[in-house]
Design a protein around this ligand. Structure first.
Ligand code: MOS
Length: 749
């Protein structure tokens, strides 16, 4: 499809909700999250579990003396590796897979691993009793300080996944003929997801049927994994989670506390709530690994990239390898003569790593895009010009396969115009505002566009109302809102008339809300469902003697703006409200499903963006303030102005956090997370964020899916960190290659 046709398609109006579907419930406190459903158990009183965690990094629990704790007020049970019910320890279900520690043995693999559960009438009683446990350990030497053991780096055990090394062209020849090269090492720290809603589970059993309210990005994944862990049929498990208070990848897998909560509920034969406290968010529920990245760029005098090499090494838990593919963008972000990438891991006694917002691309662009800035400087080229010179018209990582749609060029030009890039001074340290040094930097943003099979149900209800349901999740991202819009669009109704159901594993199946794929997966299923619904409504009307449509051919009928119409005789029409009223107010229901087409293998699907940052740096304290960021994204259709732009802003805020705040610190001798609180694990507050100017190109990607929209949950973090790092260099002339860029590093640099 040509750009002109794309734009024509884009300009077709579709009705957006002005406000979040669940917005009023949220701001009035009526919205409820997983941990807030206690009144559903009025007949059986809810009790509380507290997770006890290891305080050594490696070895085993020798003994737990729970005599005193068990006699403490309100205590119902203490579960330890020595008395825990035996569970199935089969391999967890992908993609929610994560190796669990379920008190089935006394081994300890990291400091902070769950080693006991105390159940009390109240949370306080459980917590107080937990402090009374007398735990003795057999300490083994721990593998820590992984960054000092890089010689132990090995290929990850990642069966079924792409090889962790990838080579195209002759990289050595590229460097041999290069006029200009960059060769540096860039470091990103361990980062911990900290959604406002901590992980929480409420579990209760009715016979061998288990129901859980669980804070999760993947209700059907938890259903499968929990059934496996508890060794019960998958259909005996129901998972409910109508609202998620942020996930960012942390809630994409089921972690140990979920089956432990189910186990506790079985032991005390009561509904049990297990809610992690903030400190417990640091370790047992995943983290982004630290990466050490050796990047080499080879270029000709005119800026043509001859070779890109990116070798990344990261920490991995002794329990399980997880690969953060920071080397990914080096394969497909730019055209280059040759490329060579690899990813290796060094084992450590740390909690398991997992996906965290834009896994791979977040650290990958954060480091590669500094290297590009360094190359531009050496070439005395404008950083945008360098990127345009090496623009990947097709996907270099898949033998030049076409992109489904790519409008990154427009992102660069719109962004540079809005930012005022032309007035940037290429020489660092030249610009000031009062005492502040001012710097401007830019970077490219990118994240793959994913989608999976999904199902949905729609119903036309009396009074022109609709119902739409899918077993997906809303992480605060706007799933409810865009589901209402899509259902309404199918019949030309007002999205305000749609009731939405999600977050219950009894609903039609949808994929994990991860990999920025929910809207791209679920909306086509709703679109299919409304198409089926239309056919049913038409069938009902043409067979209804009281309908003006009676006797017409179904193929001659359509539904537009809430009315049935005859295509050949425009005077003939029937209202949907009237049709359902005559149907004795019986709703009409249809199912729909959608999955990626086979054509997906013939193209690459990716989103793009250009990010521009202005920073102010205090030359004495080296404090950095991010004043302004302009982000322009090519993500296909923007489905909802408010929820969509909010997500991009949230991502950009994460980029600020990546650049200048977040840093998970591991104690070198005990493996404890030193800064396991939001007081010491820094994330930006409003005063740290500055002005975020975000916009989209908005050209539909109809080759990717029939809705024309690519996911936006993750791309906002990509590129932003490097744009800030490059702006800091432009302000100060100091090139910091280790995130976060804090005053101490600028002082030393
Ligand atoms: Mo996202 S890190 O795939 O939830």
């Amino acid at each position: 499809m040509s750009i002109a046709q794309d734009q024509e398609q884009a300009s077709k109006p579709f009705k957006q909700l002005d406000h979040r579907y669940e917005g009023i419930a949220k701001v009035t406190g009526k919205a409820r999250y997983a941990a807030e459903f206690s009144e559903s158990f009025s007949k059986t009183e809810l009790v509380y579990a507290f997770l006890v965690r290891a305080t050594i990094p490696s070895g085993s629990v020798k003994s737990i003396d729970s005599a005193t704790a068990s006699r403490a007020p309100g205590v119902l049970a203490v579960i330890t590796p020595f008395n825990a019910p035996k569970l199935s320890q089969g391999p967890p279900q992908p993609p929610a897979r994560r190796n669990l520690t379920l008190l089935q043995d006394a081994n300890i693999s990291y400091n902070g691993q769950p080693i006991a559960v105390v159940i009390g009438q109240s949370l306080n009683e459980a917590k107080v009793a937990a402090a009374m446990l007398k735990i003795s350990y057999a300490l083994q030497p721990a593998k820590l300080q992984w960054e000092k053991r890089l010689s132990e780096a090995r290929w990850p055990k990642n069966p079924g996944k792409e090889p962790a090394g990838n080579h195209r062209g002759d990289i050595d020849a590229a460097f041999a003929k290069a006029a200009v090269t960059v060769d540096n090492t860039y470091i990103t720290p361990i980062q911990f997801h900290n959604p406002m809603e901590t992980h929480a589970t409420i579990a209760w059993w009715q016979g061998d049927k288990l129901t859980v309210y669980d804070a999760t990005q993947y209700i059907s994944g938890v259903k499968m994994s929990l059934a496996k862990a508890m060794n019960i049929p998958v259909d005996n498990v129901r998972v409910i989670d109508p609202l998620v208070g942020g996930g960012f990848g942390s809630k994409g897998s089921m972690w140990s506390h979920v089956p432990l909560c189910a186990m506790a509920a079985k032991v005390v034969n009561r509904p049990v709530k297990l809610s992690l406290d903030r400190e417990q968010m640091f370790g047992p529920v995943g983290a982004r690994p630290s990466t050490i990245n050796h990047i080499r760029l080879a270029a000709a005098h005119d800026g043509t990239l001859l070779g890109i090499q990116h070798d990344t090494v990261m920490n991995a838990s002794v329990l399980e390898d997880f690969v953060e593919h920071a080397e990914g963008p080096a394969k497909n972000l730019y055209q280059s003569g040759a490329s060579s990438v690899s990813a290796k891991v060094v084992e450590a006694n740390l909690g398991i790593s997992t996906f965290m917002r834009a896994p791979g691309e977040a650290p990958g662009t954060a480091v590669l895009e500094i290297a590009l800035d360094e190359l531009a400087e050496k070439l005395k080229m404008d950083p945008i010009e360098l990127r345009l010179k090496n623009y990947a018209e097709t996907d270099p990582s898949h033998e030049g396969r076409p992109w489904s749609s790519k409008h990154l060029r427009e992102c660069y030009s719109k962004g540079s115009e809005e930012f005022g890039w032309a007035s940037r001074n290429m020489t660092p340290g030249q610009r000031s505002d009062g005492k502040w040094l001012i710097g401007h930097g830019m970077a490219t943003a990118t994240y793959p566009a994913n989608r999976s099979a999904a199902q949905a149900t729609v119903r036309l209800l009396p009074g022109g109302r609709m119902y739409v349901a899918s077993g997906t999740q809303d992480l605060g991202t706007g799933t409810y809102t865009i589901m209402a819009q899509q259902a309404a669009a199918g019949l030309g109704l007002d999205p305000k008339m749609v009731e939405v159901k999600l977050g219950d594993s009894t609903l039609p199946k949808a994929p994990v809300s991860g990999g920025s794929q929910s809207s791209a997966s679920v909306l086509p299923a709703i679109q299919d469902a409304t198409t089926q619904l239309k056919l049913k409504l038409i069938d009902l009307a043409v067979n209804d003697a009281a309908s003006p449509m009676h006797g017409l051919q179904a193929a001659d009928c359509d539904v537009k703006e809430g009315r049935l119409i005859s295509k050949s005789q425009p005077a003939k029409s029937d209202g949907l409200v009237e049709l359902i009223a005559r149907n004795k107010n019986q709703p009409v229901e249809a199912q729909g499903q959608a999955e990626p087409s086979e054509a997906k293998d013939a193209m690459s699907t990716q989103s793009w963006g250009a990010v521009f940052a202005e920073v102010a740096v205090d030359p004495h304290t080296h404090m950095v303030k991010v004043r302004r960021i302009v982000g322009v994204y090519d993500i296909g259709v923007l489905l909802n102005e408010k929820t969509g732009l909010n997500q991009l802003m949230g991502g950009m805020t994460w980029g600020i956090s990546f650049a200048t705040h977040e840093d998970g610190i591991v104690d070198a001798s005990t493996g404890r997370i030193v800064n396991a609180s939001l007081a010491e694990y820094h994330v930006p507050v409003n005063a740290d964020v500055g002005v975020l100017d975000v916009s989209v190109i908005g050209i539909p990607d109809l080759k990717f899916n029939p809705v024309g929209s690519r996911g936006i949950g993750e791309i906002g973090i990509t590129g932003t960190a490097a744009a800030i790092a490059n702006a800091i260099y432009n302000a100060t002339g100091k090139r910091v290659r280790e995130y976060p860029i804090t005053p101490d590093k600028l002082l030393a640099g």
